[in-house]
Design a protein around this ligand. Structure first.
Ligand SMILES: *Cc1c(COP(=O)(O)O)cnc(C)c1O
Length: 811
């Protein structure tokens, strides 16, 4: 069917006519998408089954990556790419009068994640399958993904993301894989022989139904599974007994609604702990359903239970799925009859944990009472884990009550999920060298001392297949033309481009590709904003979730300053800049929403002001998502990675930009540090406080934001514009809380402290851009080093250093 173009066209037209009952001439783009999607699904169905069979026959060790978020985005283009038929399908459709690009736009963008953490999980699935590992995703099939963002009068408005309204061609409902998850009720303790028994009574049952999505590897043979769980109601005979006639139905509806709410929506908070009961339900639902299903698969191997840790690895993406730990203990003891010590030894050999943040507002702490009521048996087990851990601590540090209370899993009336995850995992990793360092030396110092070999670093990565080959096919072709195709399998070989960094004709080609990507984005912006975009201006981009620590505020304050300079001297000599923003704010994050409003207000002012004369333009592109990122990033000249040092654990946006030839303006934070080590001072624009300086200020004080305000007239001017009647101010005192956060609350994220350095760096960028050849050279050097950040590289390290798995060739 997909062996050559003519065969593809024939199979495609045939399927279209037979499934839609209309001729090709009447088919819409949406029709073509549905038919092409189902054709691809059918094509890889055999490989999917073969992959599973191979794993089973070889009794291969399986990795299960538990994550509350998988930000997978659209799949059609990537699936065609990994199957090796993208070009052929594009040509075939063109023959039939369709543009693949338009067809891809028909697919809903699966936004089952908030940002970096969820996108990392998606990149990892792609690399696992492409490197031929037996590794699968375990997630939730949210009926509504991350909200759709609209900008109305400059304000963010949230709409539900109805991604399932169209049929999802990629998922398969697997009712035969359903399992039941139990909530509430009480535990009856009994005794059989000399063994304690625990019986769960009066619980509420929730059915978990599996929806499987095939994850197609780049060899097209390897097809792993992302299994997302959906919560459904069942008739519960024992619970309806004794109910009065007539009230049964009402009670059932109530129960049904409450059950279905479990997989209804994704919590829209990024790096922010949300202590809601429904969120805890979601977490346990994922963990329990996932584990039951994994153990069922394992039982088909007919191996002794003691072989489980050799056949299964469980990875938890941040602490959100930490309940796999007590849930696995529960199953091993209560259902499989193991003793505590045996169950504990198996659990700790199977579980590994990735820490994603040191922001204290993001650390999960569940109220003990909530856990006890919702999950009575799990609560007992957590209590026991804590008791045994504290006894161990007391043994090792007799009388050191202070240390024990700092390390305990349960403290006060809260369960500290990170502590539970560390204690029960054989590996705890941070996501960039700096982040892991901070974890080991500061935040989790006591744990690193107690478990000296447990902590390790795995710097994040991105799949070069989606973020380079699919998002920027012209650049990918040029790389292949320059150094041959081996880099596709071995992305670190992109380093071979270094020898071309001064080659004038190669530079020229790189420049032309960037320009054509900028033209494409300009067209997109023109469609949305009805404004022309100058493709010869510097495209200066900051796209990521909106967070105080990511400092979009620093960016927009600098733009206001630039505007002030232009107003003061309209003849100002500068390369025109197009500032591009994209960012969703959590709906309850008021400060973040005001920053969005500020960006849009300033965008409006510079747009209308004749004095600006095209020197600066600002566009806030609404609804930042994976598919929008794929359009924006290849067109960027400048990548803004300006978080307060020590706050961004890794960042992955920074890597996507680097791979697409943008130059980074950034702080020495997260993976920027590693980028800098590779490319050196001359190929990045660094500014700002170091992580050490920031942490010292937090610890010892000594920073007074008001000093910056008083001593720097640029800062004073910009800040006063936020609250003094004028073009920016004052509709509803929109920006007063921003002003207050900087001055009254002493600028927690050092925006003003880093402002002068940031201004200077942008002057340097303006100067550097004028030397086209030097700029392109820097760009090529960045691309050449970016292969190190392929998630293929990251995943090979997880595989050998944490999971102990090897590739499984399928012949
Ligand atoms: C990569 C990505 C992110 C993460 O970006 P950072 O700059 O690392 O915060 C967030 N959202 C989307 C849609 C992404 O593709």
């Amino acid at each position: 069917m997909f062996t050559n173009k003519e065969a593809f066209k024939e199979a495609f037209v045939d399927r279209l006519v037979s499934s839609l009952g209309k001729p090709l001439e009447e088919a819409s783009d949406a029709d073509v998408y549905q038919v092409l999607g189902s054709l691809v699904r059918a094509q890889i169905g055999r490989n999917w089954a073969d992959t599973n069979q191979k794993y089973k026959n070889g009794q291969e060790k399986q990795v299960y990556y538990f994550s509350m978020e998988f930000l997978i985005g659209r799949l059609l283009g990537n699936n065609l790419l990994n199957m090796g038929v993208l070009e052929m399908v594009r040509d075939g459709l063109a023959d039939l009068g369709f543009r693949l690009q338009d067809i891809e736009e028909q697919e809903a963008d699966a936004g089952l994640g908030n940002g970096g953490l969820g996108r990392l999980a998606a990149c990892f699935l792609d690399s696992l399958a492409s490197l031929q590992y037996a590794g699968h995703g375990c997630g939730i099939r949210y009926k509504y993904g991350l909200f759709e963002q609209k900008i109305v009068d400059g304000y963010q408005v949230e709409l539900p993301d109805t991604w399932l309204q169209k049929d999802n061609v990629w998922e398969v409902r697997r009712e035969d894989k359903s399992v039941d998850v139990r909530f509430w009720g009480r535990i009856e303790t009994g005794k059989t022989g000399d063994r304690l028994t625990f019986e769960h009574k009066d619980y509420e049952t929730v059915r978990a139904v599996a929806y499987d999505i095939p994850i197609i590897g780049a060899d097209r043979r390897h097809v792993n599974t992302l299994r997302n769980w959906s919560a459904e109601s069942i008739l519960q005979p024992d619970r309806t007994r004794g109910l009065e006639a007539g009230t049964d139905y009402h009670k059932f509806l109530e129960y049904k609604r409450s059950v279905e709410s479990i997989s209804e929506f994704l919590y829209p908070d990024d790096s922010q702990y949300e202590g809601k009961l429904l969120r805890l339900k979601q977490q346990y639902f994922l963990c329990s359903a996932g584990l039951q299903s994994i153990l069922r698969t394992f039982s088909k191997l007919n191996l002794p239970l003691s072989a489980l840790p050799d056949k299964v690895a469980l990875h938890i993406n941040d602490t959100h799925p930490t309940l796999v730990i007590p849930e696995l203990m529960r199953i091993l003891m209560d259902d499989k009859g193991l003793e505590w010590d045996e169950a504990w030894s198996m659990t700790t050999r199977m579980v590994s944990y990735t820490n994603h943040t040191i922001l204290s507002e993001a650390l999960e702490k569940w109220p003990v009472n909530m856990v006890r009521e919702l999950l009575p048996r799990v609560h007992m087990i957590i209590e026991e884990i804590n008791a045994r851990f504290c006894a161990q601590l007391l043994d090792r540090y007799p009388g050191d009550q202070n240390r024990i209370s700092q390390m305990a899993i349960i403290y006060g009336d809260q369960v500290r999920m990170a502590h539970l995850a560390i204690v029960a995992s054989h590996s705890v990793n941070g996501v960039a060298a700096l982040h892991t360092d901070i974890l080991r030396k500061r935040e989790m110092k006591l744990f690193d001392e107690f478990y000296p070999h447990r902590f390790n670093n795995k710097t994040n990565g991105i799949t070069h297949r989606r973020w380079l080959m699919h998002a920027n096919p012209e650049l990918a072709s040029l790389i292949t033309e320059a150094i041959g195709p081996r880099w596709i399998r071995h992305p670190q070989e992109m380093i071979g481009l270094i020898k071309l960094c001064e080659d004038a004709s190669f530079q020229q080609k790189i420049g032309e590709i960037k320009r054509s990507n900028k033209l494409r984005l300009a067209e997109y912006i023109k469609n949305k904003h009805h404004t022309d975009v100058d493709p010869d201006s510097i495209f200066d981009v900051q796209v990521k979730r909106l967070h105080a620590y990511k400092r979009q505020l620093l960016n927009i304050l600098h733009i206001i300053h630039l505007y002030n300079q232009i107003k003061a001297s309209p003849g100002l000599d500068m390369v025109p800049r197009t500032f591009i923003f994209g960012a969703k704010a959590a709906p309850s994050y008021h400060l973040a929403k005001r920053i969005i409003k500020l960006i849009n207000t300033v965008a409006d002012i510079v747009q209308k002001d004749k004095d600006v004369n095209g020197k600066i333009r600002i566009f806030f592109l609404e609804n930042y998502s994976v598919s929008l990122a794929e359009k924006i990033i290849p067109a960027a000249d400048i990548s803004e990675q300006i978080s307060t040092a020590s706050k961004e654990a890794s960042g992955t946006g920074n890597m996507k930009f680097m791979m697409n030839g943008a130059l980074t303006v950034g702080t020495l934070d997260g993976a920027n540090v590693e980028m800098h080590e590779m490319v050196g001072d001359g190929n990045m624009f660094l500014f700002g406080l170091s992580a050490q300086q920031v942490m010292d200020y937090y610890q010892y004080g000594g920073y007074y934001a008001r000093d910056m305000y008083n001593s720097d007239s640029r800062i004073k001017e910009v800040l006063e514009q936020l609250i003094t009647p004028g073009p920016i101010c004052c509709y509803h005192q929109d920006f007063e809380n921003i002003y207050r956060s900087l001055l009254d609350n002493n600028d927690e994220f050092f925006v003003l402290k880093d402002f002068p350095g940031y201004v200077e760096t942008h002057v340097e960028i303006d100067r550097a851009y004028r030397n086209r050849s030097e700029w392109l050279k820097k760009s090529i050097i960045n691309i050449a080093h970016s292969g190190k950040f392929s998630s293929d590289n990251t995943i090979s390290r997880y595989a050998s250093e944490i999971w102990n798995i090897r590739p499984i060739p399928l012949v």
